[in-house]
Design a protein around this ligand. Sequence first.
Ligand code: ADP
Ligand code: MG
Length: 230
Amino acid sequence: EVAREILGRAVERDEPRMGVEAMDLLDAYGIPIPEGGIATDPTEALSLAEPIDGDVVMKIVSPDILHKSDIGGVRVGVPNEEVYDAYEDLVTRARNYQPDAEILGVQVQEMVDLDSGVETIVGMNRDPQFGPLMMFGLGGIFVEVLEDTTFRVAPVTETEADEMTGEINAAPLLRGARGRDPVDVDAVAETIQRLSQLVTDFPAILELDINPLVAMPGGAQAVDVRLTVD
Ligand code: ADP
Ligand code: MG
């Protein structure tokens, strides 16, 4: 199975943390992810970018750098003609930041429409008392500031996942505040359930965050992930 193989890579490298190199894990559980892939050199980055419509997002891929934008490791809106240089720039930044960081490559990803979407977070932490706790909340830069989150023990039912999307303080934002189109909350609830299934199937996953899961009028897309395995 794909998921087992991906998680096995972390064990093989003796590195408990994974970042966007684990994106296919989400895909294996039917969680929508943007088009893209991981390049290991600038030429490969360009061949990943070319079939993608419009500009792309590029991110450093390293288990040692899990907060990528903090070190300038995320470039949004990169046109094809800048992909080659952006690759080298991202690797240079990462090396300057942490010379011994293990760099797996650079992710090239389709742009997601953040203007029509809302950045949310879906995560899991294993609580010593309650077991796997699923978390849902407002994502992106607001998550720490607002602490607007809600929790359920995995595996969550469909009803529980629905409840979670409805009970954060920012729920009106999802339903379309101030003339904005409502986002697809069913797709968000579905993602919570699928992630809950993933962490139930793999007790070795100690914690996992999708941040952001971009909730849009026509669905939801996971654009970033980080996790820790036992
Ligand atoms: P990190 O959390 O490690 O800094 P992310 O992958 O979450 O890296 O990227 C940081 C921010 O960049 C996201 O919260 C989002 O606002 C933006 N971003 C990332 N990927 C995309 C994408 N594919 N399309 C549009 N915006 C993106
Ligand atoms: Mg992120």
